[in-house]
Design a protein around this ligand. Structure first.
Ligand SMILES: NC(=O)c1ccc[n+]([C@@H]2O[C@H](COP(=O)([O-])OP(=O)(O)OC[C@H]3O[C@@H](n4cnc5c(N)ncnc54)[C@H](OP(=O)(O)O)[C@@H]3O)[C@@H](O)[C@H]2O)c1
Length: 300
C-alpha cells in the first residue's frame, strides 16, 4: 500500500489518482473525512489525522510500500517556520519509526540554502530531517515556482486591471504546473528505482517571466493587453496584510520573492529533458487559470 500525505492538495490528489489508476492500493491522509471522500469514492482508504501527530503518522505509514511526504503549509500559523519544523519533526519521526523503506518527499528549488529563502528554509530543514534517517531511501523533489501561485493575481486583475508583485517583470522564472509534480512523483513511486538519498529539481516546461505570464494569462481570459507591474516590497507587504494575510507569512513570502529577484534562490541544475516537465503556461492558462478566473468573477 502507498501512503499519501496532503492527498487532497495540488500534488497529492494527482499522485493518488495515478496510483489508483495503476491498480495500486492507496491510503490517503488528511484532516477531514469529507474532503478525502472524493478519493475514497475512487478506491482510496481514508486515514484522518494531523501530520503534526507523530504517533498517528507512524500508524499511517506502518506497512507502507512507500510514502509521499510533504509539508502542508499553515498560512495562519503565528510562526510559519515553527509550524513547518513541527511537521518535519513529526513526519521524519514517523518515517523512521515505521521502518518504511522508500519515500518521495516534496521540497523546492532553493532548499539548498539555509537562510534568506523564506518558507523554503522550512524545506531545507525538512530535507535535513529526511537525510538523517539512516535506512530510508528518499527521493527529494525540488520543484520550482508553481504556476498556481498566479491564482493570487485574480483579485488584482479584477480590482486594478493589472497583475503586480515583487518579482521583476523580465526575470526568467521557471514555473511548473503542480499536476506535473504529481505525475512525476507517481511515476517515481511506481518504479521505486531510487536508493540512498537523492534530489531532483523539476523546472516546468520553460522559463516564463512575469511579463510573459501576464500576456499569456491575459489572452486566455479575454484581456489581451494585461500587463504586469513590479511594486516595491513594502507596498506589496502592506497590501497583503490589508487583504488579511498573516504578517509572518507575508514577511517570509517577500523574503523568498526578493531572493528570486537577486538570484540567491535559483535552480542548481541546468535545464535538461530530465528536469523539464510537459505542461506549458499556455495550457495552464486555458485549462486552469481561465476557468478559475471566470468562476471567481461569477461568484463576486
Ligand atoms: N507554491 C510554490 O511555488 C511551491 C514551490 C515549491 C514547493 N512548494 C511546497 O509545496 C507544498 C504544498 O504542496 P501542495 O500544493 O501539493 O499542497 P496543498 O495544495 O497546499 O495541500 C495541502 C494538503 O495538506 C493537507 N493538510 C493541511 N494541513 C494538514 C495537517 N495539519 N495535517 C494533515 N494534512 C494537512 C490538506 O488537506 P486537508 O486540509 O483536507 O487536511 C491538503 O491536502 C508546500 O510544502 C510548499 O512549500 C510550493
Amino acid at each position: 500500500m502507498y501512503v499519501i500525505t496532503g492527498a487532497t492538495g495540488n500534488t497529492g490528489h494527482v499522485i493518488t489518482e495515478k496510483l489508483l489508476a495503476a491498480g495500486q492500493p492507496v491510503r490517503v491522509i488528511g484532516r477531514s473525512k469529507e474532503r478525502l471522500d472524493a478519493l475514497v469514492q475512487k478506491g482510496a482508504d481514508a486515514f484522518v489525522a494531523d501530520v503534526n501527530d507523530p504517533e498517528a503518522m507512524t500508524r499511517a505509514f506502518s506497512g507502507a510500500k512507500a510514502v509521499y511526504a510533504m509539508l502542508p503549509p499553515d498560512f495562519a500559523a503565528k510562526s510559519m517556520r515553527e509550524s513547518q519544523d513541527r511537521a518535519s519533526n513529526s513526519l521524519a519521526a514517523a518515517l523512521e519509526r515505521s521502518g518504511v523503506s522508500h519515500a518521495v518527499c516534496l521540497s523546492s528549488i532553493g532548499a539548498d540554502k539555509p537562510e534568506r529563502v523564506g518558507p523554503v528554509n522550512g524545506l531545507h530543514y525538512f530535507e535535513q530531517k529526511i537525510n538523517a534517517i539512516p535506512k530510508l531511501n528518499a527521493f527529494i523533489l525540488r520543484p520550482t515556482y508553481f504556476m498556481e501561485n498566479n491564482f493570487a493575481q485574480i483579485k488584482p486583475i479584477q480590482s486594478m486591471g493589472t497583475m503586480g508583485g515583487v518579482l521583476k517583470p523580465e526575470l526568467p522564472l521557471a514555473q511548473i504546473a503542480s499536476r506535473d509534480i504529481g505525475a512525476y512523483a507517481a511515476e517515481a513511486l511506481l518504479k521505486l528505482n531510487f536508493t540512498g538519498k537523492s534530489t531532483r529539481e523539476l523546472l516546468g516546461q520553460r522559463d516564463v517571466s512575469m511579463k510573459e505570464t501576464a500576456a499569456v494569462l491575459g489572452k486566455a481570459i479575454g484581456k489581451p493587453n494585461l500587463g504586469y507591474s513590479q511594486f516595491p516590497a513594502f507596498a506589496v507587504e502592506m497590501a497583503m496584510k490589508q487583504m488579511g494575510l498573516p504578517a509572518d507569512y507575508v514577511k517570509l513570502l517577500i523574503e523568498m520573492l526578493e531572493s528570486l529577484n537577486s538570484g540567491w534562490m535559483k535552480p542548481l541544475e541546468a535545464r535538461s529533458p530530465e528536469n523539464t516537465t510537459p505542461t506549458s503556461i499556455e495550457v495552464f492558462a486555458t485549462e486552469e487559470f481561465a476557468p478559475q478566473f471566470k468562476g471567481q468573477a461569477a461568484g463576486a
